[in-house]
Design a protein around this ligand. Structure first.
Ligand code: HEC
Ligand code: HEC
Ligand code: HEC
Ligand code: HEC
Ligand code: HEC
Length: 403
């Protein structure tokens, strides 16, 4: 026997004994083990998309398509959708903890994050928001990181082929909310008074684990203010100005997954409810491949062709101009904002979620004169007359300026 072989045999022998020890060390506790003492957090988390991150059908279908184009995506996709696999290397998802998605012991053992890399270890104390928390069940440590947006950024911000796919963190960082110190957690894990563990002391702040977002109607309804600013007549043309404000969202709307769109539907009808005008405007980030074709699968993206999403606290003015038939003394305008997510799921059917999230409508009496601010109120006698003079003055002033 050559010395090389003996050497190999010894290493092999050691490896047999050491590897299982290392593996045992890498066993993270399943989220279910926390239910006994943290029932509220557990219930909330099971209903969150974090718990479904690797099992939701939209992810599964997309993951299958990614693997088909390159099997190397396995490790990549799972690094965020089943982050425990970063340590366990269980890329075939054979362990039950691997299909928990983003679970308790992953988030609560993180001690550092740099770009898309998390530092975490199952032997770390439970990282949390308290500095005075004690229990026999586990060691605990205060983590400043867990209370900050940077903690979420490691998954909610990334690029592929140098194309920024998710920019939620940057969008937040550039917004007034970051300057005001309002973190992702403050909106997505709203704190309330209660106990952090069963029979524990009452604390001023415990943090809900629902992470509501684009899958929650109630949350989406808080997002926008939509109102009609003005309606102006010029001859037989009517000009409507809408104002859309991102009122409550700490990043652009929509954010994250690029297949999301917000669509503004605008319609106008005459006094007989006959539709006379219709237009849709779309707010989205559009990814394109190297040939310039729009791609839904973000890993095929070569660049961003358009991004007109609405920034935090931005007010977007949208103007619609259309003709109203002379016969109509009134115009009825209606605008709705719809949140859309179109996704191909495993059965190859195209599932789409269309949710109306804001609406405004108005009926306006037309003066049928030139350049008047049309009014929704009833006409008072004489106003047409004053209006006509005002218009004549306005028109002559415009003429004077032009010449
Ligand atoms: C036998 C009961 C018990 C079990 C099981 C248990 N915990 Fe705890 N945990 C507690 C108690 C008690 C506290 C302290 C509560 C307080 O300070 O108000 C606590 C505190 C925490 C904190 C806050 C730490 C800090 O310093 O801010 C976190 C995070 C936490 N637990 C996570 C978990 C996770 C994740 C699991 C499951 C893997 C788990 N716990 C299992 C009882 C338990
Ligand atoms: C380990 C990666 C990871 C970390 C850390 C993480 N997330 Fe997520 N998050 C995900 C994934 C993956 C999904 C999508 C799950 C799915 O639907 O398939 C998600 C979904 C969400 C959603 C739901 C979006 C929707 O459309 O409903 C919100 C909100 C959210 N995360 C906020 C946060 C916040 C806030 C933090 C920090 C406290 C955070 N996340 C930390 C990976 C992560
Ligand atoms: C996506 C990451 C993430 C996951 C998954 C997660 N947590 Fe948390 N958890 C946090 C963050 C972040 C905080 C602190 C929020 C803050 O301070 O703003 C927190 C706070 C806590 C606390 C402190 C006390 C309280 O009730 O708010 C406990 C206990 C806790 N989590 C338990 C759990 C348990 C149990 C699970 C699984 C059922 C779980 N967490 C899953 C991120 C996570
Ligand atoms: C000021 C409150 C606020 C802050 C701060 C905030 N969000 Fe949101 N977020 C919302 C609201 C409201 C929605 C629902 C509207 C929507 O879907 O755009 C939302 C939606 C989302 C979604 C779903 C994406 C979508 O457009 O449907 C994700 C993911 C998300 N937030 C993650 C984060 C992360 C990560 C941070 C921190 C970097 C963060 N949020 C900061 C309020 C906030
Ligand atoms: C750096 C972390 C990260 C990586 C890598 C990643 N994702 Fe995600 N993924 C997320 C986060 C965070 C969300 C939730 C964001 C949101 O809802 O806006 C998400 C959401 C999704 C969704 C939408 C789920 C739903 O129900 O709306 C699909 C589909 C998806 N990812 C597929 C993939 C595939 C396939 C890969 C690999 C090619 C991948 N992801 C790689 C972080 C990641």
């Amino acid at each position: 026997m050559s010395s090389k072989l003996i050497y190999g045999a010894i290493i092999g022998f050691i490896a047999i004994w050491i590897i299982p020890v290392v593996q045992a060390n890498e066993e993270f506790q399943s989220s279910y083990t926390c239910i006994e003492c943290h029932p509220d957090r557990y219930e909330e988390w099971t209903r969150s998309t974090h718990a479904l991150a690797v099992s939701d059908p939209v992810f599964e279908a997309s993951y299958m398509r990614a693997l088909k184009s390159d099997p190397q995506y396995r490790e990549y996709c799972l690094s965020c959708h089943s982050p425990i696999t970063r340590a366990s290397k269980d890329f075939n998802l054979t362990k039950s903890i691997s299909i928990e998605g983003v679970g308790c012991t992953f988030c609560h053992s993180v001690t550092g994050v740099e770009k898309n890399n998390y530092i975490f270890n199952q032997s770390n104390p439970m990282q949390g928001p308290y500095s005075d928390s004690k229990t026999e069940a586990h060691t605990s440590a205060y983590s400043d990181l867990l209370t900050k947006s940077e903690f979420c950024a490691g998954c909610h911000e990334f690029s592929i082929n140098d194309v920024p796919v998710y920019e939620t963190y940057t969008e937040w960082k550039e917004s007034p909310y970051a300057a005001e110190g309002k973190q992702c957690q403050d909106c997505h894990m709203e704190a309330k008074r209660g106990e952090a563990a069963k029979n524990g002391t009452i604390r001023e702040k415990v943090y809900q684990h629902f992470w509501y977002g684009g899958h929650s109607g109630l949350f989406l309804e808080k997002a926008f203010d939509l109102k009609e600013d003005s309606i102006l007549e010029t001859g037989d043309m009517v000009k409507v100005t809408l104002n859309i404000t991102n009122r409550n969202v700490g990043h652009k709307i929509p954010s994250g997954f690029p297949a999301r769109k917000v669509v503004l539907h605008f319609t106008a009808s005459d006094e007989n409810e006959q539709e006379i005008y219709r237009e849709d405007r779309v707010y989205a980030k559009t990814l394109v491949d190297q040939y310039g074709n729009e791609v839904a699968d973000f890993w095929k993206a070569a660049s961003i062709s358009k991004d007109n999403r609405i920034k935090p606290r931005e007010s977007r003015i949208e103007v619609f101009e259309f003709k109203v038939p002379d016969s109509s003394g009134k115009v009825k305008t209606k605008a709705t904002l719809e949140y859309q997510l179109e996704a191909e799921i495993i059965t190859k059917s195209l599932e789409s979620m269309n949710l109306e999230i804001a609406q405004t409508s108005k009926t306006t009496s037309l003066n049928r004169t030139i350049g008047v601010e049309a009014t929704t109120s009833k006409k008072t006698p004489g106003i047409g007359w004053i209006g006509a003079i005002a218009v004549m003055m306005a028109v002559s002033m415009i003429y004077r300026k032009k010449n």
